[in-house]
Structure formats: structure tokens, C-alpha cells
Design a protein around this ligand. Structure first.
Ligand code: PHE
Length: 350
């Protein structure tokens, strides 16, 4: 008995020592196996009971069972403590520190051409113009025929473009939206039509795709001076200051008389003969315009004897370059900034 009770206390001591070194559940499990497993110390003790004289077996058995209960309970408590500690560690790791400064994020921005389009459209909306858009894949009829450019007309050469097998083409200007708008809304009418246009041009100052904004006003007794005032208002609002401008006589089949608009050089105002923007001329050509040709009004199913009007077409890319000091047209189309011209919010599709 003495011998066995000593063994019992040795097992207990060993267990105490072993438990003191445990730091995780795996180690704890090893100890559980070592003491309470099938071949564990406690099981061996129980098996050795048979070797004791019968009168000592009961007391020794009770002692061993008591020790087993104690060991099992301490193992459970240790397991719980380890799990609690691990959970707490995990919780601390997962905790979000709301006092940390934010990492910051880069804001997206509109492409300068889109920005320019928004600005010009806003200005024109302020003058009572609506926004209309039309298809980029256009019919010859709207792009040329209705614009007073019949098939034989030499002006077609200036705007040669990309044709599809079915005879449609990539529109060469936003002017076809003039006709579509007149047919859809009738007169009186005030619209601006921003969008992409295409021509067979590709050199450092021309791109096969560029952006225009068309403007059309149709009403009774529209005079040339209304057009001048409107254009001056738009240019000054866009550049944020009063710029000199001049009209040069020009020719477009769809306007008569026709002119081109030059504005004072936004870079040097004509004071630098080496100016990189105006090359010393002091003037920048920014738009074509004129009083709408009666044939075009007629093509829009409006009576040219009652109504007349003016139309203008600005190059949005050129305006963006001038306003934002962009020196090379190609910069506008390089890179991968995607933008979406034709889905202008609130635009009426013609
Ligand atoms: N459609 C002309 C062009 O693309 C511009 C223009 C528009 C001229 C309206 C006169 C009137 O060059």
C-alpha cells in the first residue's frame, strides 16, 4: 500500500510538473494521453491494484479515482484557459483601431475633354439650350445630304470618313444632330449636341476621332448679332474672362453666310511672337458657324420662309487644350482613361 500510495503521489507530482510547462492545446493533449490514456500512468496504477493485498485495494482504488477526477478536472480547466487566452489574442488581432488615420484614396476625375463638354453644356443650358445626342454611326442622308452636301459635292472630300458596307458611316461632324433635332422637336428650337466625330485624319494635330459640340438655334427673325452675342457669352464664360474675338468669312455648305471664329490667344494675348500656342499670330481658330442654310431648315421639315437660325460647331478637344494648357492633342487620347461621350445625362436622343 505504502508503495502504491507513493506511486500515486509521484504520478500527481509528475502531472503538476507537466501541466506547469504546457502552453498550447496540443501539448495539453499529449499530457492528457500520458496520464489518462489507455496506456497512461493512471491506467497503469489502476491495473497494478490487483497486485495489492485485497484489504488495501479499496483505499488505493479510491485514491487513484480521486486523482483521476482531479487530473481530468485540471486538464479541462487548463484547456479552457488556453482557449480563452487564444480567443482573446485573436480578438485583439482582429480589433479595428478606429483612431488610426485613414490610408487615403485617390479620387477619380473626368477626362479634360468631358470636363470641357460639361462646362460648355452648362453654359449653354444657362442660355436656354437643351442637350441632344445622335448616333455616331450615321446615315449618309443625315451626315451629308440633309446638310446640303449632295453626293457630287466637293465638300465631301474635306470630310472623307469611314464607311460601313451598308452605306452608313462614322459621322464626320455633330451637324446631323441638327437635322434630327429639327425633325424631332420642330421650331422654335435651341439645342447643343456634344459628341464624338470621325475623319480620315491622323497627324500630330489631327486625330481620326475627336469631339465636337454643335449648337443650333431656330426661331423667327434670328439675326447675325444674336449669334455673335451668344458665342461671345459662351467663350467668356468658359475662359472666365473677356477675350477678344473676330469672325473670318468662310464656307460651309450648310450655312450662309459662314464664318470661322478666332479668339484672342489665351496664352500670350498676341504679345509673344514666339508663342507656342498661336505661333505669334495672336489668334486661335476655335469654331465654325453661320446662319443656317434654307435647304437645311427645309430638310428639318421647318419652313425657311418663316424660320431662320444659326448654327455653330466647336472642337471640344481644342477648347480643352486651350483651357487646360495641354500642348499635344495626342495626350488626350493616350493612356487608358475611359470616358463616355454619348450618354450625356438628361440628353434627348435624336
Ligand atoms: N460641321 C462643321 C465642321 O465640322 C462645323 C460647323 C457647324 C460649321 C455648324 C457651321 C455650322 O467643321
Amino acid at each position: 500500500m505504502q508503495n502504491d500510495l507513493m506511486n500515486i503521489s509521484a504520478v500527481k507530482e509528475n502531472f503538476d510538473t507537466a501541466l506547469g510547462t504546457v502552453s498550447n492545446l496540443d501539448e495539453l493533449n499529449d499530457i492528457r494521453v500520458r496520464f489518462t490514456g489507455k496506456k497512461g500512468d493512471l491506467t497503469l496504477l489502476l491495473r497494478s491494484l490487483g497486485k495489492l493485498p485485497p484489504e488495501q485495494r479499496k483505499e488505493a482504488g479510491l485514491e487513484i479515482n480521486k486523482l483521476r477526477d482531479e487530473i481530468e478536472q485540471r486538464l479541462d480547466t487548463a484547456a479552457k484557459n488556453i482557449r480563452d487566452a487564444e480567443n482573446e489574442k485573436q480578438e485583439i488581432n482582429d480589433r479595428i483601431d478606429v483612431t488610426l488615420p485613414e490610408r487615403g484614396r485617390t479620387a477619380g476625375a473626368f477626362h479634360p475633354v468631358i470636363q470641357t463638354m460639361h462646362e460648355l453644356v452648362n453654359i449653354m443650358q444657362g442660355l436656354g439650350y437643351s442637350v441632344a445626342t445622335g448616333p455616331e454611326k450615321e446615315e449618309d442622308f443625315y451626315n451629308f445630304e440633309c446638310m446640303n452636301i449632295p453626293a457630287w459635292h466637293p465638300a465631301r472630300d474635306m470630310q472623307d470618313t469611314f464607311y460601313f458596307p451598308d452605306g452608313t458611316l462614322l459621322r464626320t461632324h455633330t451637324s446631323p444632330v441638327q437635322i434630327r433635332s429639327m425633325l424631332k422637336y420642330g421650331a422654335p428650337l435651341r439645342v447643343v449636341c456634344p459628341g464624338k466625330v470621325y475623319r480620315r485624319d491622323n497627324d500630330p494635330t489631327h486625330s481620326p476621332m475627336f469631339n465636337q459640340m454643335e449648337g443650333l438655334l431656330v426661331d423667327k427673325n434670328v439675326s447675325f448679332s444674336v449669334m455673335k452675342g451668344t458665342i461671345a457669352e459662351m467663350i467668356n464664360a468658359f475662359f472666365g474672362r473677356s477675350l477678344k474675338y473676330r469672325f473670318r468669312a468662310s464656307y460651309f455648305p450648310f450655312t450662309e453666310p459662314s464664318m470661322e471664329l478666332d479668339i484672342e490667344c489665351v496664352e500670350c494675348s498676341g504679345h509673344d511672337e514666339h508663342c507656342r500656342v498661336c505661333h505669334g499670330t495672336g489668334w486661335l481658330e476655335v469654331a465654325g458657324m453661320g446662319m443656317v442654310h434654307p435647304n437645311v431648315i427645309r430638310a428639318g421639315k421647318i419652313d425657311p420662309d418663316v424660320y431662320n437660325g444659326f448654327a455653330f460647331g466647336f472642337g471640344l478637344d481644342r477648347m480643352a487644350m486651350l483651357k487646360y494648357g495641354i500642348s499635344d492633342l495626342r495626350l488626350l487620347f493616350d493612356g487608358n482613361v475611359s470616358y463616355f461621350m454619348s450618354g450625356f445625362e438628361g440628353a434627348g436622343k435624336c
